[in-house]
Design a protein around this ligand. Structure first.
Ligand code: MRU
Length: 363
């Protein structure tokens, strides 16, 4: 039921300041929450080879655009540490191998390429001392992780101004702590609003087929003590037409200069329904999620393994041998988007002008 706050949530408010730390660097290793084990178990995995980080990104041990970016940057740090190169040229050769492998893991989230390019820029900007270059790669990836937290906190504050007391806000997929280093984008806005004392309720879609909504967003909102109800993806239209939702906030994997937003499959349907029912539809995305050079026709939408649809654990959900199409993302056109919440402020249409003005001027 979409009833008012219950005690269970209030009693969990002690967790409010305890961020879930999704990905971190410790003793020259990458430590991550294993998101494939949630919600049953909160366990951490450690990697000391970049190849294992790449595999972890593919398997969704770590997922969500900003978290993937930082994980890849830490992967480059592992590649640097393990390189036996004696000079800059050989080190760059080793780093390029790692770059190509890490970049190949997931095609849609632009933060991945952004983070890898940031690391390579640092490498090229340094002189020839191999040890110095290695140190600066580690330092840059650590800075990236720290900045992800501060950026998303600022984004959260900016977005919280758009939230009103007693709002019921729908979110799709997981754009929270678990999709970033620690604070979240769309869920960061909700956390900030809640911390400001605004009385909000959240509707989380289950987000088939990988269930980021039921497995991760529900886990996270429960952890932070924010009142929410889980709904099937197929109930969005019904709730909207019944007047039970008055705002939508989702994250993004890539935002183009034109204002087209790539996000988890199903986002477009939610946006189209929100337009139909005159419900404001917001996207929360840090500047690292903006791709100012690609056109819609350039962006590759990841297609994932058919078993994500055919099986739940070991249980078969559909007949063996059937044809399956499993796109992981879709694109929401700018005319369906009320505003894009960033750490610099809320960007409003016409996006062709406003994105260039707000994001481009900063690069
Ligand atoms: O396939 P996933 O789980 O990596 O997809 C994640 C999303 O679509 C998120 O909404 C997006 O990355 C934004 S995360 C702040």
């Amino acid at each position: 039921m979409l009833s008012s706050k219950n005690q269970k949530y209030k009693s969990k408010s002690a967790n409010r300041s305890k961020d879930l730390l999704t990905v971190r660097w410790e003793n020259n290793q990458v430590v991550m929450i294993d998101q494939t084990k949630l919600p049953a178990k909160l366990v951490y995995v450690r990697y000391w080879k970049y190849e294992d980080v790449a595999r972890a990104i593919e398997r969704l041990v770590v997922r969500g655009a900003p978290a993937i970016g930082v994980a890849a940057a830490f992967g480059m740090s592992l590649a640097a540490i393990s390189s036996k190169a004696k000079n800059k040229k050989s080190l760059i050769k080793d780093l390029k191998t790692a770059y190509v492998r890490l970049r190949s893991t997931r095609p849609t989230a632009v933060n991945l390429v952004w983070a890898l390019d940031q690391i390579m820029k640092v490498v090229y900007s340094k002189n020839d001392d191999v040890e110095e270059i290695k140190k600066s790669i580690i330092l840059s990836s650590l800075n990236m992780a720290t900045e992800d937290i501060s950026t998303n906190k600022q984004l959260g504050k900016n977005g919280a101004k758009m939230i009103h007391d007693d709002d019921v806000i729908l979110t799709h997929c997981n754009a929270g702590s678990l999709a970033t280093v620690a604070y979240g984008t769309a869920l960061g806005v909700l956390r900030a609003a809640s911390d400001m004392g605004k009385n909000i309720r959240v509707i989380a879609t289950e987000t088939r087929p990988v269930m980021q909504g039921s497995r991760l967003t529900a886990f996270e909102l429960n952890h932070y003590g924010i009142d929410f109800s889980l709904i099937p993806d197929t109930a969005v239209g019904h709730l909207m037409s019944s007047g039970l939702i008055n705002r939508v906030i989702v994250g993004a994997d890539r935002v183009l200069k034109s204002g087209h937003v790539y996000n988890k499959i199903g986002t477009y349907q939610v946006a189209a329904l929100a337009k139909r029912h005159s419900i404001p539809f917001y996207v929360a995305a840090p500047s690292s999620t903006f791709d100012l050079t690609s056109k819609v026709s350039d962006v590759v939408i990841e297609e994932r393994n058919k078993n994500e649809l055919l099986k739940m654990g070991n249980k078969l959900l559909a007949p063996k041998g059937i044809k399956v199409f499993n796109p992981a993302f879709d694109v929401t056109p700018p005319e369906l988007i009320t505003g894009i919440i960033t750490e610099k402020g809320v960007i409003k249409p016409p996006y062709e002008e406003t994105i260039a003005k707000n994001i481009l001027s900063d690069r």
